[in-house]
Design a protein around this ligand. Sequence first.
Ligand SMILES: [Zn+2]
Ligand SMILES: [Zn+2]
Length: 119
Amino acid sequence: MSDVKTEAEQYVAQLHEGLTQPRDHECLACYVERMVTEFGCDNKLRWARRWRGMCAPRAVALERRLEDRGGFCDCEVLYNVYPERLPEDAHTPLLPCAGVGRRGSTKPCAKPLPPRCDW
Ligand SMILES: [Zn+2]
Ligand SMILES: [Zn+2]
């Protein structure tokens, strides 16, 4: 029955591969936000690296630039590099990425943020 197990494993691997695929024109910030929300942070720049490999392979200095701004792991990228993008309320649903115009750009998109509640 080892074949069945292998097939199932391959299926899961493919599924995971699809789920962690950056969407078309999805920017780095939205991708990392989406992945950390769904799969968590492993204390490394796992998702930022994956995004760069697939969307901006020539942005070789990306990790160093994120680290310079305090992003030593994926969740720190969200908190330290793009703090203005975080909703006040952790339960606010994520908005889809507004998209980056140019493929390979490491700039975050201009996604509208959830409304802030000011007293
Ligand atoms: Zn982290
Ligand atoms: Zn975005």
